[in-house]
Design a protein around this ligand. Structure first.
Ligand SMILES: Cc1cc2nc3c(=O)[nH]c(=O)nc-3n(C[C@H](O)[C@H](O)[C@H](O)COP(=O)(O)OP(=O)(O)OC[C@H]3O[C@@H](n4cnc5c(N)ncnc54)[C@H](O)[C@@H]3O)c2cc1C
Length: 544
């Protein structure tokens, strides 16, 4: 089988809300390739339940959404980014609707929940107004499916499923000012070959990195590939210490965790230790109704204190008919897994949910390297600061896809494409006879990241993790240099890099702020207001 060489105007690595929106925004003027390492719809986007935030209610205001975003971000949101994204929100919703996304509409003028405006807007934690559009409880699926229909039908967009980007390729110019991205090496999983993709512009839309933790609400592919690739390529990365944890995901050793909505606690569910006692009132006077990060921290504390593998969420004291009527999907799913919500407490753990930090970009999604962009969860645009406001991430995907698309289209005509990418050379490597190394290291990494770099941190735990990361990194480097690459090996290599970036960032932040909580520095340091944790790779190209 021979290696393939593809040439496009724009290479989009990732097929979630960010990647597909960007592809659709440029495809009228550019030949576009979209890569996804699994099937097209297997990113986080399709799993988003709640919705997308935008100011549509006539009593709501842009200013209020901006303020709520800053409050959640605990002093680290970039005001220019927040303004730009929130102001573009309503137009982005129009764009989604024009691309076939069907949001739940208002049904009944008389009920409090169905208020002015055509769309049914819900209110989520941290929002002062009802401003979250949704498609029942499966918004992400609706967004993903609609955008997929559009890209599949577009003559200028070519889709490459089961293609894993391995590394970005530059023109190799010695002067950082003259360096630019010319595409990527990509593993075609079905053929087992590494092909070259040449592009005038390359866009990372690879999603987050929450699979670096043992428990996560994210799909398998959230392994931080884009963050690791950009770092190796010379881009700065920021605020990696801020990982959002959802307090209650089902704990089931044989199945992937899934979210147990906060509405269960809203409707009176208790959190209990394995011995049946409640504990949340020791941590907050609102008990089970305390904000997400406080509940997650309390659960983590108690699990560590009593050495439990999970705590329990218990709504069995409520009326059976009420539970079945209000939580039909969760009831059915739990029952499938052997738990009857109406009769017994359900084992839950907090789980890594969202990566607030990422590849640093400017207000157009442009990274430190020419002709390379990052949009969606992979990016650090300054929108989320130290904690993400609910439903602001899908908004960021769609708005930044537009900002980046505008910039790309402006530059496309002046960008040449005359440098060839050298074919991948694997003549000096062999097939691995020790796949167990990959599985073992993958498990080890995710376990110690959970135990030492999770919800509650200490400097000593972080240093312990750093030593283990160093060992794993050198073992994986050696393995990578000796054996033919596989998707698992590529993901492990990226996860170790991401773990290193998280630990280094966490060690640098000598305070507790937003999602970063350390027992050694339990308070916020006002001197660090507005200060991002910025990591610079060894050979940083100058910014334009
Ligand atoms: C359970 C859950 C519920 C959520 N609920 C909400 C919500 O209600 N509202 C909200 O705003 N946000 C929510 N979020 C967050 C939101 O869904 C994500 O932040 C957002 O969808 C990320 O979109 P994305 O396009 O950046 O990445 P993703 O949708 O994750 O897509 C990443 C893409 O990159 C591809 N990829 C990755 N690495 C490579 C590689 N090396 N080569 C090729 N392709 C690659 C993947 O195959 C995939 O196609 C939720 C997340 C989860 C997990």
């Amino acid at each position: 089988m021979s290696l393939k060489s593809h040439t496009f105007d724009v290479l989009v690595i990732g097929s979630g809300a960010a990647g597909l929106s960007l592809a659709l925004r440029v495809a009228h003027k550019a030949k576009v390739a979209v890569l996804s390492k699994n099937a097209l719809s297997e990113g986080s986007t399709a799993w988003a339940q709640g919705g997308i935030a935008a100011v549509l209610h006539n009593r709501d205001s842009i200013q209020s959404h901006i303020e709520d975003t800053h409050v959640a971000g605990a002093g680290l949101c970039h005001p220019d980014t927040v303004d730009k994204v929130v102001e573009r929100g309503p137009e982005s919703v129009d764009w989604l609707v024009n691309n076939g996304v069907s949001f739940t509409m208002r049904e009944d003028r008389n009920r409090e929940a169905f208020i002015e405006g055509e769309f049914h807007l819900t209110k989520e934690g941290g929002h002062s107004f009802r401003r979250v559009l949704h498609s029942a409880d499966a918004t992400g699926k609706e967004v993903q499916n609609s955008l997929e229909d559009q890209v599949r039908a577009h003559p200028n967009i070519t889709l490459f499923e089961h293609h894993v980007a391995v590394d970005l390729v530059s023109n190799k110019h010695p002067d950082p000012e003259e360096r630019f991205c010319i595409g990527a090496h990509v593993l075609d999983i079905d053929r087992g070959m590494i092909d070259t993709f040449h592009a005038k512009m390359t866009v990372l839309a690879t999603g987050g990195a929450s699979r670096v933790y043992l428990y996560t609400s994210n799909p398998d592919g959230s392994t931080g590939d884009g963050i690791a690739m950009a770092w190796r390529f010379g881009c700065r990365v920021a605020n990696m210490e801020f990982n959002q944890f959802h307090p209650t995901c089902l704990y089931h050793p044989e199945t992937r965790t899934f979210l147990l909505t906060e509405a269960l606690r809203g409707e009176g569910a208790y959190l209990r230790l394995p011995d049946g006692s409640r504990f949340m009132d020791k941590f907050d006077e609102r008990a089970e109704l305390a904000p997400r990060d406080i509940v997650a921290r309390a659960i983590d504390h108690e699990m560590k204190r009593v050495g439990a593998q999970s705590v329990f969420l218990d709504i069995s004291h409520k009326d059976e008919a009420f539970i079945k009527e209000h939580f039909p999907n969760i009831y059915a799913r739990c029952l499938d897994l052997g738990f009857d919500l109406t009769r017994q407490p359900i084992p839950v753990v907090p789980a890594a949910h969202f990566t607030c930090g990422g590849v640093m970009t400017d207000l157009n999604g442009k990274t430190d390297v020419h002709n390379l962009y990052a949009v969606g969860e992979v990016a650090h645009t300054g929108l989320h600061g130290a904690n993400r406001l609910a439903s602001n991430s899908l908004l960021e995907c769609v708005t930044f896809a537009e900002f980046a698309a505008e910039d790309i289209l402006e530059k496309l005509d002046q960008t040449s494409q005359d440098i060839k990418i050298k074919a991948w050379d694997d003549s000096r490597v062999t097939d691995s006879d020790e796949e167990v190394v990959v599985t073992h290291n993958w498990n080890e990494l995710r376990h110690f990241m959970w135990d030492y770099v999770g919800i509650v941190r200490t400097t000593r735990r972080l240093q312990r993790a750093a030593r283990r990361i160093d060992m794993l990194a050198s073992e994986i480097r050696e393995y990578y240099g000796s054996f033919r690459v596989t998707p698992d090996l590529l993901e492990l290599r990226n996860l170790v890099t991401v773990a290193d970036l998280i630990v280094r960032s966490a060690l640098q932040r000598t305070e507790s702020r937003g999602l970063h909580y350390t027992l050694d520095f339990p308070d916020k340091d006002p001197d660090l207001d507005g200060r991002d944790t910025i990591l610079k790779p060894a050979r940083l190209p100058q910014r334009r």
